[in-house]
Design a protein around this ligand. Structure first.
Ligand code: M6R
Length: 365
């Protein structure tokens, strides 16, 4: 049942290209996204002026990439909230202008379901992005977009994250298209680039040996920090959650520019740092943040795109990603972060698929 892999998590990491193709292909008609949802006609889509994305854990991290994608292409404000905060903060919702997107792999997470009900009760349109067919969230939402990752068994979410992120991109492109924020040609170019991603993920999976080697270098750390900016910060949160969840190494993710506002006092030679730096526009700033931590003795593992000479020279520990549009790099960059967490947990002798204190589906509040 593990298809020859030692753990479900590793199997599911390797299933990502297929999961992405299965999720994206059926929604592409003549090179343009088409969700085929009656309740979400172009006219209804056009009417939304603000979006809330509500989820927990990894699904919330996928929502953070969604926020960046929608705000970049559609230029409407998007708020991302953890469900357990959203439902108790009396959120300001407008049934005329707002869309609430609920993201959940299982479709059964108690806080996420409660957040969905709260939004629905106020008459706001709810769109669920769910992996499990017929789950509570899928049944109750006004509209549903299924991700087609197939069953995810490992407690640590991997392929479900990738397809949630892919769906967020597709949604952002579709919304920008119907609101005429991008031309038909631009829409087709973005879709074509997105459809290339599964093949590129195959190539990133080839960095597995490298990830295993770096895991062996970092496996005895007590704490590890992740730093990044923009989309790379959203990814850093996901990389950090994956690592702490299965390896039990304490880790935190920080926006790289925030280090000097407190956290940098913790940087010593005992504190390895994983720097995610895939965004060309933020490269210069990241180089200086990386130098700041290296000066204080930190060992840095750098995740960047291939051909970044200035970056490569900063550290001996580098994982390179193939070239692609910066906008889509989260779908590539998450893979080495998953593999690094996986191999670190294996080397530390942890129960990778069933980490302590955790359940696959959190149906209690
Ligand atoms: O089933 P859901 O997507 O609603 O689950 C949400 C979180 O509980 C889940 O993503 C959790 O954070 C994972 N164990 C992280 O790997």
């Amino acid at each position: 049942e593990k298809g020859g892999y030692p753990h479900f998590m590793l199997k599911e990491i390797h299933e990502q290209p297929k999961a992405l193709v299965n999720t994206l292909s059926p929604r592409m008609v003549d090179g343009i996204p088409d969700f085929g949802i009656k309740a979400l006609s172009d006219d209804i889509l056009k009417s939304f002026k603000r979006i809330y994305i509500v989820a927990c854990g990894t699904a919330m991290h996928a929502g953070m990439v969604g926020k960046a994608a929608i705000e970049h292409l559609v230029r409407i404000p998007v708020e991302v909230d953890v469900a357990s905060e959203f439902r108790y903060r009396n959120p300001i919702l407008s049934k005329e202008d707002d869309l609430v997107i609920i993201i959940s792999q299982s479709g059964e997470t108690a806080d996420t379901l409660a957040a969905l009900r709260l939004a629905k009760d106020q008459g706001v349109h709810t769109l669920a992005i769910v992996n499990v067919v017929g789950s509570s969230i899928a049944r109750e939402a006004n509209s549903v977009l299924y991700t087609w990752a197939g069953p995810e068994i490992a407690v640590a979410s991997t392929k479900a994250y990738s397809v949630q992120v892919a769906m967020m991109y597709l949604f952002a492109i579709q919304l920008a298209h119907v609101k005429e924020m991008i031309s038909v040609d631009q829409t087709k170019i973005l879709c074509a680039e997105l459809m290339e991603i599964p093949q590129l993920v195959e190539r990133v999976l080839e960095t597995a040996d490298n990830c295993q080697f770096y895991a062996s270098k970092f496996q005895n750390a007590h704490d590890i920090f992740f730093i990044g900016r923009g989309l790379d910060y959203a990814l850093s949160l996901e990389g950090s959650l994956k690592l702490k969840e299965i390896s039990y190494i304490h880790s935190d993710a920080h926006p790289a520019g925030e280090l000097k506002h407190g956290t940098i006092s913790l940087i010593t030679e005992e504190m390895p740092v994983i720097a995610v730096a895939t965004q060309t526009a933020l490269m210069e700033k990241m180089v200086s943040n990386i130098k700041e931590v290296i000066t204080r003795g930190a060992k840095v593992l750098l995740l960047c795109k291939t051909g970044q000479d200035e970056m490569d020279q900063l550290t001996d520990y580098v994982i390179e990603l193939p070239k692609c549009n910066d906008f889509f790099t989260p779908l590539l960059a998450v893979v080495p972060l998953q593999l690094f967490a996986y191999y670190t947990a294996v080397l530390r002798g942890c129960d990778v698929d069933k980490p302590r204190n955790l359940a696959k589906s959190v149906t209690v509040e």
